[in-house]
Design a protein around this ligand. Structure first.
Ligand code: ZN
Length: 82
C-alpha cells in the first residue's frame, strides 16, 4: 500500500500522511480531525513554531474567543507528544 503524501500548511513541505498532524476547522474553531469534512496538515517541526498558529488562525477565520485556537492547538500537540 502506498502512503499518501500531504503538504504541511506552514512550511509547504510534503510528507507521508501518517507523519503529519491532521486538524480541521469547524465554524471557526479548531479541532483534531474527526474523519469528516475538510482538513489540513501540519508537520511535527511546524507544530512547535509559533507562526503555525497564526496560519491556523487565518485558516479558521475570526474566532470570538481569540484564545480558543491556541488552547486547542496546544492540547492536540501535547496529546501527540505524550
Ligand atoms: Zn511544516
Amino acid at each position: 500500500m502506498i502512503t499518501p503524501i500531504r503538504m504541511c500548511i506552514n512550511c509547504r513541505n510534503r510528507f507521508e500522511q501518517n507523519k503529519l498532524i491532521r486538524l480541521q476547522c469547524i465554524e471557526n474553531k479548531l479541532y483534531n480531525y474527526s474523519y469528516t469534512g475538510r482538513s489540513f496538515y501540519i508537520c511535527k517541526e511546524c507544530s512547535i513554531v509559533p507562526i503555525t498558529l497564526k496560519k491556523i488562525d487565518k485558516l479558521c477565520g475570526k474566532n470570538k474567543n481569540n484564545n480558543t485556537t491556541r488552547d486547542v492547538f496546544l492540547k492536540i500537540i501535547e496529546e501527540i507528544n505524550s
